[in-house]
Design a protein around this ligand. Structure first.
Ligand code: NAD
Length: 414
């Protein structure tokens, strides 16, 4: 199943409960605009290299569209379309005044030098600068992009349109970025993991956690949960699965990753090292947190997952049939559109600060983030109990109702 079909499947389950007419479903599902561009750069050795870039603008009923930029070899139009749609539902479920978009380039950034990466970012901006902007579509970091890429993006966009740092979020803190943006997605994942497990009567010290991915989201989530006394028994990244049945020393691993190219855990030997794909199906895990790629939990491995709670830190990690298998087994899944909304929430705070030329303290960012995540969680939890549906269906029901209402109020649907 393709990524967009999977998003549509989850959307349809909620649309069914909301008795949404087919014509309304179509309006809400289909992206407003899809752009595909050729991005050509000169490599350091003088040769030309060409890549394909995308920006999909899904919906703007609730405000300017918002969504990350992904640099990854598997980026394609179907995936970007699915991620853009997820952004619409994500911004709606946490009630930010935004719509949804997503973009990316099909490239493995680890094969580029830092100067090539900068040239690639600037060449992409040259292609799409006229369709993004502070009041239309505001990009942010995602897999394979970071604060430096955001800084180059802003600088190139301003060459065309003049000073306006609110065109993009996730910028360097010294250059109009927000304190707490980098940790925000992982912190949101951590906050809601603590909340959900507490509600299920699990004690932190006895709740064994496994986290796939040790990049931005996975590393910050690991740190937050380790500090909240959860034993993190396994984490994986592209280099392997790092395992200790008594709990890993996450701070030691974070220190190690800083010494490695691109923050990898490669060479970390103060625990057992297993193959990359071992993490998903480890025995005696209570909470599984996929925080790397989409589509990693399928019918091929769903039955072998021992966790009773899955927190979707990555976008779209569970495919629909696997989701059904797990839900039927009683596994509680906190869906991506809620679980990883911390990043876009602090991106919103960054945009607000930029527009007001004012800076918030880290404490204020964290307080406002926790407040937003907690109230979204409570609303989703309550609806799920009331309607006897999964947390995913409840989250989609809230999001779809908000987007539909905004589209009705603006007169774009009857
Ligand atoms: P990142 O590039 O910083 O890190 C990705 C991590 O996944 C790396 O540690 C990498 O080694 C690991 N990885 C890649 N393939 C793997 C595999 N097969 N097995 C195990 N590990 C593997 O990316 P990120 O920003 O942390 O994003 C991770 C996920 O979270 C993505 O799905 C992204 O869309 C989602 N997300 C990110 C943000 C954000 O603010 N960064 C916000 C919302 C959602």
């Amino acid at each position: 199943m393709k990524a967009f079909e999977a998003t549509q499947y989850f959307f349809d389950q909620a649309a069914e409960r909301l008795n949404l007419a087919d014509s309304i479903r179509e309006v809400l599902l289909m992206p407003k605009r899809e752009v595909q561009v050729q991005v050509t750069i000169e490599r350091d050795n003088g040769e030309l290299a060409t890549f394909v870039g995308f920006r999909v603008q899904h919906d703007n009923s609730r405000g300017p569209m918002k969504g990350g930029l992904r640099f990854h070899p598997e980026v394609n139009l179907d995936e970007v379309r699915s991620l853009a749609s997820l952004m619409t539902w994500k911004t709606a479920v946490v009630d930010l005044p935004y719509g949804g978009a997503k973009g990316g380039i099909g490239v493995d950034p680890s094969t580029l030098s830092i100067r090539e990466l900068e040239r690639l970012t600037r060449a992409f901006v040259d292609q799409i600068h006229d369709i993004v902007g502070p009041d239309t579509d505001i990009p942010a970091p995602d897999m394979g992009t970071d604060f430096r890429v955001m800084g180059w993006f802003r600088n190139q966009w301003e060459k065309y349109h003049g000073f306006n740092p609110s065109v993009i979020t996730g910028k360097p803190v010294e250059e109009y970025g927000a304190k707490g943006r980098e940790e925000a997605t992982g912190r949101g994942v951590g906050t809601l993991t603590v909340k959900l497990t507490k509600r299920m009567g699990l004690k932190p010290q006895e709740t064994r956690v496994a986290i796939q991915g040790f990049g931005n989201v996975g590393s910050h989530a690991s740190k937050f949960l380790a500090e909240a006394q959860f034993p993190i028994v396994a984490v994986s990244d592209m280099t392997g699965t790092y395992f200790n049945a008594d709990g890993l020393d996450i701070h030691d691993m974070l220190r190690h990753s800083l010494t490695q190219p691109r923050g990898a855990l490669s060479g970390y030997d103060r625990c057992e090292v297993l193959p990359v794909d071992a993490l998903m199906t480890l025995d005696e895990i209570d909470v599984l947190i996929p925080a790397a790629l989409g589509g990693v939990i399928t019918t091929a491995n769903a039955d072998k997952i021992s966790a009773s709670v899955i927190i979707e830190a990555a976008n779209g990690p569970i495919l629909p049939l696997a989701d059904k298998q797990l839900t039927d087994r009683g596994v509680i899944i906190l869906p991506d559109i809620l679980a990883n909304a911390g990043g876009v929430t602090v991106s919103y705070f960054e945009w607000v600060q930029n527009r007001q030329h004012y800076r918030w303290t880290l404490d204020r960012v964290r307080q406002e983030l926790d407040k937003t995540m907690n109230s979204a969680f409570e609303a989703v939890w309550e609806l799920a109990q009331q309607q006897q549906v999964s947390l995913r269906t409840a989250a989609f029901m809230i999001a779809i109702s908000r987007v539909r209402r905004a589209a009705e109020l603006s007169g774009s649907i009857g």
